[in-house]
Design a protein around this ligand. Structure first.
Ligand SMILES: [Mg+2]
Length: 266
């Protein structure tokens, strides 16, 4: 069942603690310190946290007041999006040296189809490594990279050994890598979905694969996940050629207009 189609080589590049790292890069006084990028206030959420702040449990998207409680000595900085956008553009220029098939997900993440790369490097792994090195030397920031036959796996891979890499999943390694993973490692499966799946006795991706689709919501009645737009298309959708390489065993898809996660076999 594996590799029915031409195998694509997709890399997912993810800047490490991006906004916080830009702040630390530009102000030496912040280096090595817990830095939280967030507006202050009751309704504000954390945009980024340095690795030092993460040691206290601070995470992106958590309420800023919670971050303050967890890490009282953190340095809070308001986000400076024009600066982050400028850095993001620089990083994008590096990507463009390697491929024209780029799907940005946000300022700090993108999928690249490097099946055929412009620099004639012999392997996708080498392309990913080169991109990381160029980001480090030219932009003075670090990025994690994952390499795999599709976007879904490339994203899991970049997260796997973050903040290092590249982590590579070869087509023949997909099952041994993927099946034992907890379902929470799937992009788009958060705590709520994980809980709901647990009630269905689905803990690992192997369990998930054993489930039949109507049970999981393929028939449309079981909303296992709520999610918002930004998560929606990183698994499957893109108008660019190449990035839509079919998933090997199953894909996650979002049905509209209901914000539900459904599973569909390919
Ligand atoms: Mg990132």
């Amino acid at each position: 069942m594996v590799c029915r189609m031409t195998v694509r080589k997709i890399t997912h590049i993810d800047m490490d603690a991006f906004y916080a790292s830009v702040e630390q890069r530009d102000d030496p006084q912040l280096r090595g310190k817990p830095v939280v990028v967030a507006w202050r206030g009751n309704r504000s959420v954390v945009c980024a946290a340095s690795y030092q702040a993460r040691k206290s449990g601070v995470r992106s998207a958590m309420p800023a007041v919670r971050a303050e409680r967890l890490c009282p000595n953190a340095i809070f900085l308001p986000p400076d999006f024009p600066r982050y956008r400028a850095v993001s553009r620089q990083v994008r220029e590096i990507f463009k040296r390697h491929t024209d098939i780029i799907e940005p997900l946000s300022l700090d993440e993108a999928y690249l189809d490097v099946s055929e790369n412009k620099t004639r490097l012999p392997t996708a792994t080498l392309v990913a490594r080169t991109i990381r090195e160029q980001i480090r030397s030219e932009v003075s920031l670090t990025a994690s990279a994952g390499v795999a036959p599709n976007k879904f796996l490339a994203k899991i891979a970049s997260d796997w050994k973050k903040p290092h890499g590249p982590f590579v999943i070869q087509p023949e390694e997909i099952d041994s890598f993927l099946l034992p993973l907890p379902v929470g490692r799937l992009p788009g499966v958060g705590k709520v979905t994980e809980e709901k799946l647990k009630h269905l006795e689905v803990q690992t991706i192997a369990d998930l694969r054993r489930m039949d689709l109507p049970t999981l919501g393929g028939g449309g009645r079981f909303p296992v996940c709520s999610s918002t737009g930004s998560n929606r298309d990183h698994l499957l959708q893109a108008d660019l050629p190449g990035l839509n390489a079919p998933d090997v065993h199953f894909v996650l898809a979002y049905r509209h207009p209901a914000p539900e996660l459904v599973l569909r076999a390919t």
